[in-house]
Design a binder for this molecule. Structure first.
Ligand code: FAD
Ligand code: NAD
Length: 489
């Protein structure tokens, strides 16, 4: 007996990979009664990534920005199956996904195949461990990154980072530690001046200024945050005025911003960089570190790379699966891709992923509605042909005309259009920068009021009321008691 068989053989099977921004936004708006829906993801929760940079320092607790996938699925009209597993291979010709339970506890069956009629790929991306130029051209991998750096993409990364930071501090305070070693251990180096690197550097400096200094006054003047960026400035997606404001704020906060500085090699206690000096010459420098955070953007996941290699139309794709204007994966049928694993003309952001997910929900809802109307029209036509009474025929023709009009409405599926609502970033000391699209124009703002806007905007976006309450409580807790300085999470 095949217990995994779709619940209703009359419906098409829609398999959704991932439980992130793209997939969850699709699930939220999808009429699940139209399909046998199966979700596969190694993460049995949705993660609100915009507040993740606040987690390693304890401004926000991890669970406050996690929403269990079961909570999301429970609210759907019909049952949606969820399997905690990773898609290891997508066979677009046989129309099956190979999935494996890669968690620690495994049952007798831990690998299987899931056939699909439709597939939505929303597996996101992994942290890049190579260098990258601003135009996306990669060069040879940077040695030592995987072995020595911490990342900031998943909850586990944040937990590791929190432990590492506290471990460096306590180790620096160990009896008879030499001044050079203390300086190294308290050197926190963040590589990548994109929003992840900037927000985390700001949170770390806040942690030091507001809490660590208070509990460990001997750290004063020794704890140092350095932000290393290969480009001439940080936050390239923001307007010039906000970039200048951020860099000045960082200088005020005593964060050492090293732009035009490319990391070339990572050792266990130092990084080797190549800095471009004001006269245009290049200089090799060595920066010692206690904790190294690597935030240089995204890399393609192996399951996506493997699929791309099988499809000739994907040969020129660089950032992920090339998709058309309807988000269909080029060179396939009935397979769509959303979010960071897709290469579209938009940046890999939560905003884009969630709008793409919502678009696919509308598309699937209308596709199904269209099929239902088409079959109703078929039946009406048969009835009309077999009916002899003139009155019946007229009534049937009227209904047919109505159904035809309805069908036209659903048959016209427009392509995906992205609406940019703006960019926001926290830059420390209760200040934020915002480039917001308003009334067809762009409004740039920065400072304390923008920080309140940043908080309220993110609060309105967090997944559920439960998350919202938890986040508010975390902010209040930090305001009243400060951040916890114990090492364990
Ligand atoms: P994700 O949200 O990463 O979800 C991918 C899902 O796929 C996960 O559930 C994962 O477990 C699952 N998965 C992975 N591998 C497999 C597999 N093999 N099989 C099945 N499932 C798999 N964007 C903004 O717009 N604003 C912000 O403020 C912002 N802040 C950010 C802060 C940080 C620290 C980071 C790292 C990113 C931030 N982003 C922000 C970017 C945003 O998080 C991503 O663009 C967004 O998460 C992409 O959504 P996604 O659905 O493609 O992928
Ligand atoms: P990113 O790609 O935006 O920035 C990475 C930075 O690292 C780049 O500026 C790059 O020049 C630099 N870099 C790469 N290799 C380097 C090297 N060897 N040495 C020095 N610098 C190097 O990455 P991110 O910040 O992780 O963001 C990823 C995506 O998530 C982006 O689309 C971003 O917009 C989005 N995001 C948005 C927010 C927000 O809106 N607040 C926050 C976090 C992430």
């Amino acid at each position: 007996p095949n217990e995994q068989a779709p619940a209703d053989p009359t419906k098409k099977t829609l398999v959704i990979l991932g439980s992130g921004w793209g997939s969850v936004s699709l699930l939220k708006k999808l009429d699940t009664e139209n399909y046998n829906v199966i979700v596969v993801s190694p993460r049995n929760y949705f993660l609100f990534t915009p507040l993740l940079p606040s987690c390693p320092t304890g401004t926000i607790e991890h669970r406050s920005i996690m929403e269990p996938i079961r909570h999301i699925l429970r609210h759907k009209k019909t049952e949606v199956k969820y399997y905690e597993a990773e898609a290891t291979e997508i066979d677009h010709e046989k129309r099956v996904v190979k999935v494996s339970d890669l968690s620690d506890i495994k049952g007798d069956v831990h690998s299987t195949e899931i056939p699909f009629d439709y597939l939505v790929v929303g597996v996101g991306a992994e942290s890049a461990t190579f260098g990258k130029t601003d135009c996306g051209v990669m060069f040879a991998g940077i040695p030592g990154v995987k072995e020595h750096a911490c990342f900031l993409k998943e909850i586990q990364d944040s937990q590791k980072l929190r432990k590492n930071v506290m471990d460096c501090i306590e180790t620096a305070l160990f009896k008879e530690q030499s001044p050079e070693e203390v300086e190294r251990l308290l050197s926190m180096v963040v590589v990548g001046g994109g929003p992840t690197g900037v927000e985390f550097a700001a949170e770390l400096q806040d942690f030091f200024e507001n809490d660590l200094k208070k509990w460990m006054p001997e750290l004063a003047d020794k704890f140092k945050v350095t932000l290393v960026e290969a480009l001439p400035n940080v936050l390239p997606m923001f307007s010039k005025a906000l970039i200048d404001y951020t860099e000045k704020s960082f200088r005020d906060e005593k964060i050492d911003v090293r732009t035009k500085t490319m990391v070339k090699n990572v050792g266990d206690k130092y990084i080797d960089v190549e800095a471009i000096l004001p006269d245009g010459s290049k200089e090799k420098q060595r920066i010692p570190y206690g904790c190294l955070v690597w935030a240089t953007g995204n890399a393609i996941r192996p399951v996506i790379r493997n699929l791309m290699n099988k499809i000739p139309e994907q040969k020129t794709a660089r950032r992920g699966l090339a998709v058309n204007d309807y988000l269909v994966v080029d060179g396939t049928e009935g397979i769509w891709a959303v979010g960071d694993c897709a290469q579209s003309k938009y940046a890999p952001t939560a905003q884009v992923a969630s709008q793409q997910g919502a678009y696919l929900a509308r598309l699937f809802n209308s596709m199904e509605r269209k099929e239902i109307i088409e079959s109703e029209i078929e039946q009406l036509k048969e009835l009309e042909a077999s009916s002899s009474a003139a009155d019946d025929k007229t009534a049937l023709q009227k209904t047919l005309a109505k159904k035809d009009r309805e069908l036209k409405k659903f048959a016209k599926i427009s392509s995906f259009e992205y609406t940019h609502q703006g960019s926001l970033a926290y830059i420390g000391m209760d200040r934020a920068v915002a480039d917001v699209s308003l009334w067809g124009g762009n409004v740039a703002s920065a400072g304390g009021l923008t920080f309140l806007f940043w908080r309220s905007a993110y609060l309105s976006m967090v997944f559920s009321t439960r998350n919202r309450v938890l986040v508010i409580m975390d902010w209040l807790k930090v305001k009243v008691f400060g951040r916890d300085v114990s090492r364990f999470v």
